[in-house]
Design a protein around this ligand. Structure first.
Ligand SMILES: NC(=O)c1ccc[n+]([C@@H]2O[C@H](COP(=O)([O-])OP(=O)(O)OC[C@H]3O[C@@H](n4cnc5c(N)ncnc54)[C@H](O)[C@@H]3O)[C@@H](O)[C@H]2O)c1
Length: 464
């Protein structure tokens, strides 16, 4: 099938590449010329595990091409995906200007050239309920007829950055929101190769599809905020949130996944999607109280570890050097949008600290935002040189089993604030570290840890 993708960010580029991998002929469009040049030259503009192989293969086989010309893309694709940004507006609602702007351009191009023929226009971006209807109105206002010249489909994307290729190639479900049988058939044909193991292609009306995406992200964010509240209470009553998590996760009604406490959720989706659903509810005379709490808890949680550091040093970090491990909002991505690490870093700096940080993939993206306000370490251990404390913000694999002896040697003092509960508190104390984590007991560190202890695995494995 001929497919066009408008917007080649984390969603558009992964979708386009995976559609090409299935044999489709894909044209990807972006307004960022430098990015398009980079992709044409065979370089990926983002870090996403597993993407490179498919990207290189399909670029070479010319099933995947890149352009800045929307017209080229509109002429090419039987199906045109809009994978455009929907950032939060000032009032928290989703900014639809990118999606509606491109929809308007497509409408004008199609109206001006009858030879372009029938297109399925797909909202792949996360968009508020009613957006498919708005896109339909734009097309109809240009004199185009639904069913004859176009149909609009809501096809929300559920991929997770870091495992996006796997998620796209084997989606747990595909949601297709449309009333048009014709469009639904085309979308089903396109997605069938991805669900050969029997996962569902769910067809529903567009409004329900749009709502499904917001409901999914908001429920996941709610789990995180709920577990963070449980963790905060655990600390106060002397319970261990790890044991509580395992205890409740055995209940099949609850399930084991997505129950980890930490320093709150970030990324380009959860914060903005929870806010946008809250706005949609309010615009429809409904006060969605749970979502207020989810956001308030998250705001508090994203700063609490930094507050713990400040409190440890009696409110003053002047002259203190703090190491940070992890800048990405989660492991296996270079995405730093809404990353808790950045909120923590700013808080530490406001209290006078100098920050030196390391992240395996997100140093470049962080530099674009924080510039030279922090020191970028060459590797994890260099980030520890002469630091008064280490703060762990992202649970990359390489931080799970470090050389603790080396850490002791390089840090000014063995003090660790772990925002991702990567290690066991008791073992860290035995290794001589003053160790603070989220929702778990604190143990006084052994004064002189035996060197033999340094070689033990203390990592507290947390599957993604
Ligand atoms: N990132 C995720 O994990 C994820 C997952 C599911 C859904 N989503 C949703 O998908 C949408 C896209 O997210 P993303 O993370 O891929 O965004 P992104 O910011 O990474 O990418 C958007 C791309 O669109 C391009 N663009 C902007 N205006 C354009 C225009 N007029 N024409 C062509 N290209 C244009 C930008 O240059 C950029 O490359 C959002 O609505 C988001 O909420 C994201």
């Amino acid at each position: 099938m001929k497919v066009t993708i408008v917007g080649t960010g984390y969603v558009g580029l992964v979708s386009g590449t995976c559609f090409a991998e299935m044999g489709n002929n894909v044209v990807c469009i972006d307004i960022d010329e430098a990015k398009v040049d980079q992709m044409r030259a065979g370089q990926l503009p983002i870090y996403e595990p597993g993407l490179e192989l498919f990207f290189e293969r399909n670029l070479k086989d010319e099933r995947l091409t890149f352009t800045t010309s929307l017209e080229e893309g509109v002429k090419h694709g039987d199906v045109i995906f809009l994978a455009l940004p929907t950032p939060p507006s000032e009032d928290g609602s989703a900014d639809l200007s990118y999606v509606m702007g491109v929809a308007q351009q497509i409408a004008e191009m199609q109206a001006a050239d009858p030879a372009i023929g029938y297109k399925v226009i797909v909202d792949k971006s996360t968009v508020p309920v009613g957006t498919a209807d708005k896109v339909t109105e734009v097309m109809e206002s240009a004199g185009l007829s639904r069913g004859e010249h176009f149909d609009v489909v809501s096809n929300p994307e559920f991929l997770r950055e870091g495992v996006a290729v796997d998620d796209f190639m084997k989606p747990e479900r595909v949601v297709i929101g449309t009333d048009s049988e014709q469009a639904s058939d085309i979308m089903t044909q396109l997605y069938e190769p991805f669900v050969r193991q029997g996962n569902a292609i769910l067809t529903m009306d567009a409004r329900s599809a749009e709502m499904t995406k917001y409901a999914a992200n908001s429920l996941l964010a709610t789990r995180i905020s709920f577990m963070n509240e449980i963790a905060n209470v655990c600390e106060r009553v002397g319970a261990n949130v790890d044991d509580v998590r395992i205890g409740i996760g055995q209940d099949s009604r609850i399930g084991k996944r997505f129950l980890y406490s930490g320093i709150g959720f970030g990324g380009s989706c959860f914060p903005k999607d929870v806010q946008a659903l809250h706005r949609t509810a309010r615009a429809n005379d409904y006060d969605f109280k749970v979502l207020d709490a989810v956001l308030a808890v998250n705001d508090r949680q994203r700063v609490r570890l930094a507050e713990d550091v400040v409190a440890h040093f009696d409110g003053d970090l002047e002259g203190k050097r703090i190491g940070v491990w992890g800048l990405a909002f989660k492991p296996n991505t270079d995405d730093i949008r809404e990353a808790p690490s950045h909120i923590i870093i700013r808080h530490l700096q406001e209290h006078g600290a100098k920050v030196q940080a390391f992240d395996p993939e997100a140093m470049g993206t962080t530099r674009e935002v924080l510039g030279d306000t922090i020191i970028y370490a060459a590797d994890a251990y260099s980030a520890l040189d002469e630091v008064d404390a280490l703060v762990i913000c992202t649970e990359w694999h390489e931080f799970r089993r470090p050389d603790f002896m080396k850490m002791h040697r390089r840090m000014k003092q063995p003090l660790v604030f772990d925002g991702r509960n990567v290690y066991h508190p008791e073992r860290m104390a035995e290794l001589g570290f003053e160790y603070y984590s989220i929702g778990r007991p604190h143990f006084a560190p052994t004064k002189e840890p035996a060197a033999s202890l340094m070689d033990v695995d203390v990592s507290n494995e947390q599957p993604a």
